[in-house]
Design a protein around this ligand. Structure first.
Ligand SMILES: C[S@@+](CC[C@H](N)C(=O)[O-])C[C@H]1O[C@@H](n2cnc3c(N)ncnc32)[C@H](O)[C@@H]1O
Length: 220
């Protein structure tokens, strides 16, 4: 697995990753981590969990990855890894995910989270433990006007997500528990600079949060 540590990219072996997993109480995977701020925030506030920030683009990760890999006195976090990979080709070493976050997906990641690419949901479910939790936050401005990746999906609302999106997700092992709009405070608490960027250029940022469980064990 290709770990970004700043300008460098180093290889982490399966044994090295397994050892990190064993030292922590769970593993949070932040998919499409962008500049990695959300992953850093989670890792800093939850030292008991390992956080893996994964993105197909490595250049935006360099700055924060260098900080995360530094000594603790300089902001380093031993429970945080930034990994350079697309969800379409997840590293074979990845496993044991107890929580999946997908914040403000765009491009192929947005298509995948809407269920238009079922293999993506399946591939992510395959690296999750039973009853792993998920949080997907959809930037509804992707529908205003609609970007090509949303396809034929109309802009989701809490009720349409439960009605239309839930069965699509469920078919790939993702059980939607609730869907609700986030207020400004909740969006801020996500600690993503992407959100801040959007906030500063728009009057209002509308975000729909989807929460639930991957690989539920109590399926009827
Ligand atoms: C709008 S940014 C959001 C970044 C971050 N989650 C945040 O909220 O600040 C979307 C990110 O998803 C990544 N992405 C899109 N498709 C991806 C894929 N198939 N695999 C991995 N990353 C992907 C992009 O490179 C980009 O960094």
């Amino acid at each position: 697995m290709r770990r970004v540590t700043g300008k460098q990219v180093v290889d982490i072996t399966a044994a090295g990753y397994d050892e990190l997993v064993a030292r922590h109480q769970g593993v949070v995977l932040d998919v499409g981590t962008g500049d990695g701020k959300h992953a850093y925030h989670v890792a800093r506030h939850r030292p008991d969990v390992l956080v893996v920030g994964l993105d197909a683009a490595k250049d935006n990760l360099r700055r924060i990855a260098a900080k995360a890999a530094a000594k603790p006195a300089k902001g380093g976090l031993p429970n945080l890894l930034y990994v350079w990979a697309g969800v379409e080709r997840l590293p074979a070493e990845l496993h044991g995910i107890t929580e999946v976050h997908v914040l403000m997906p765009w491009g192929s990641l947005l298509r995948g989270m809407l269920g238009s690419d079922p293999t993506m949901l399946r591939a992510l479910a395959a690296v999750c433990v039973p009853d792993a939790e998920f949080l997907i936050t959809l930037n509804l401005h992707a529908w205003r006007p609609a970007v090509p990746e949303v396809g034929t999906h109309p802009e989701p609302t809490p009720s349409s997500a439960s009605r239309d999106l839930a069965p699509v997700l469920a078919a790939q092992g993702w059980r939607l528990g609730r869907a609700d709009y986030l207020d400004a405070e909740e969006i801020d608490a996500l600690a993503t600079s992407w959100t801040r960027r959007l906030n500063s250029s728009r009057d209002q940022l509308d975000v729909l949060a989807l929460r639930g469980v991957v690989n539920p064990t109590d399926v009827e």
